[in-house]
Design a protein around this ligand. Sequence first.
Ligand code: PRP
Ligand code: URA
Ligand code: MG
Length: 209
Amino acid sequence: MSKVMIMDHPLIQHKIGLIRKIDTGSKDFRQMISEIAMLMCYEATRDLKLQDVEITTPICTTTVKELQGKKLAIVPILRAGLGMVDGMLTMIPAAKVGHIGLYRDPETLNPVEYYCKLPADCSEREVFVVDPMLATGGSSVAAIQMLKDKGVNNIRFMCIIAAPEGLKKMQEVHPDVDVYIGAMDDHLNDHGYIVPGLGDAGDRIFGTK
Ligand SMILES: O=P(O)(O)OC[C@H]1O[C@H](OP(=O)(O)OP(=O)(O)O)[C@H](O)[C@@H]1O
Ligand SMILES: O=c1cc[nH]c(=O)[nH]1
Ligand SMILES: [Mg+2]
């Protein structure tokens, strides 16, 4: 079964409180989504493996640590996932970035695919899929399936707000995917929005409503 990590860092909790407020405008919302993604990336990469390497300083030779194993890629789910990319890249500047375009049909709540462009060597990388919202789970479960269909098998998923319904679905369909959650909310309303949530993340990031 996958690992689920719910963030307990005070800075993350504080910033999530700010983005929930109805009065927080796009500029501040965007800025804080990016900061939260950076802090969550720091926490979610705690278990990356290190190896010893010999180097030479200006003074002598010594042994230092460097990351071992697979290189990383970040795959935001469009649109709202785009808001998390800058913060992730601040922590992992050498990561490659793929994009998966999905929107949720407002009537059926089913995800509709419209774009997919991944790094050529994506199947050899450890991939962080990012989207601020895990609601019914339809979008993130479908995005991860798209990656698996292209041979990617080392996947983690990071969201800022999750509903229990979405987490349950993710664990049922993709039990191999570790999930990093900023805050666990209460439930979904009749329109599939997370309660208390923060509204429509994409619209708030891009100012489209
Ligand atoms: O778990 P689900 O029920 O699938 O809902 C979550 C999805 O809904 C939102 O995207 P949306 O469809 O609003 O697209 P957008 O990012 O372009 O606004 C959100 O960013 C997730 O991708
Ligand atoms: O609450 C929700 C649910 C889906 N997508 C969002 O942006 N917000
Ligand atoms: Mg949206």
